[in-house]
Design a protein around this ligand. Structure first.
Ligand code: SAM
Length: 237
């Protein structure tokens, strides 16, 4: 397979280098580094040139629900470093790599800088909570609606689970507003949360807008992580 995203493999290569360096010095970060080194998803990400192992979470969610198709328009919120966008590009054919299939569109949004990705319209330094970002998305859509809004957004973790849970729920409520604004009828929405007290409230809210709402923990999501994804389909209004 062609190595298309060389520049973005650096962090993954660095993980391996750091591991061997820390082995020599015996630092306590070995545990995390060793887990990364042994992680089959990290190995696959390097091999398949994804910018992060999280690519496989979206691949697994899509394998289950088959909601992203060639020709689709996808808005990826919280896209940095870009692995979900890479998957969305492959599934929608937004880079037109396969001329026998319709060409889709992927809009990648993050408040951080995203290295350019062939096949995506990238909005870097774009905070989704700001009106300016919504206007930029609207301009890129150029009157069209999106088939899917996917949000792997996460706030900076404080380590305090209740506080972090509240923060991620609030971010995903913002992503839901974007979905309500830009999704076509029958469209799909995927978001990530860290499980907690407000999970049920968010699920109930989602059920007002989507016919089908399901919590999903894809195999690529680590068992010791509180993260869980919510897949929603058949957008009503
Ligand atoms: C877990 S990372 C996403 C990884 C990405 N899905 C991938 O596969 O490469 C979460 C991202 O959410 C972004 N984020 C957090 N709050 C945001 C906001 N208000 N607006 C836009 N992006 C935000 C962070 O900057 C971070 O890059």
């Amino acid at each position: 397979m062609l190595v298309k995203y060389k520049i973005d493999l650096k962090p993954l290569v660095l993980i391996n280098k750091l591991f061997f360096a820390s082995k020599k010095t015996g630092t306590s970060s070995n545990i995390w580094l060793e887990r990364q080194r042994k992680d089959p998803y990290v190995k696959r990400a390097v091999k398949e040139t994804y910018r992060a192992r999280s690519a496989f979470k979206l691949i697994e969610i899509n394998d289950k629900y088959k909601f992203i198709k060639p020709g689709d328009t996808v808005i990826d919120i919280g896209a940095c470093p870009g692995s979900w966008s890479q998957v969305a590009i492959q599934l929608t054919n937004s880079d037109n790599k396969d001329s026998s299939k319709p060409k889709g569109k992927v809009i990648s949004v993050d408040r951080e800088f995203i290295n350019p990705i062939e096949g995506a319209d990238v909005l870097s330094y774009a905070d989704i909570t700001e009106k300016q970002t919504q206007i930029k998305i609207e301009n890129l859509l150029n009157g069209k609606k999106a088939n899917s809004v996917i949000s792997d957004m996460a706030p900076n973790s404080t380590g305090q689970s209740t506080f972090d849970h509240d923060a991620i729920i609030e971010l995903q409520e913002k992503a839901l507003e974007i979905a309500k604004e830009f999704l076509e009828l029958k469209g799909h929405f995927v978001c990530k949360i860290w499980f907690g007290d407000r999970t049920n409230d968010l699920t109930k809210k989602l059920l007002k807008n989507f016919e089908f709402v399901k919590l999903i923990k894809p195999p690529a999501s680590r068992n010791d992580s509180a993260e869980i994804f919510i897949f929603c389909s058949n957008f009503k209004s």
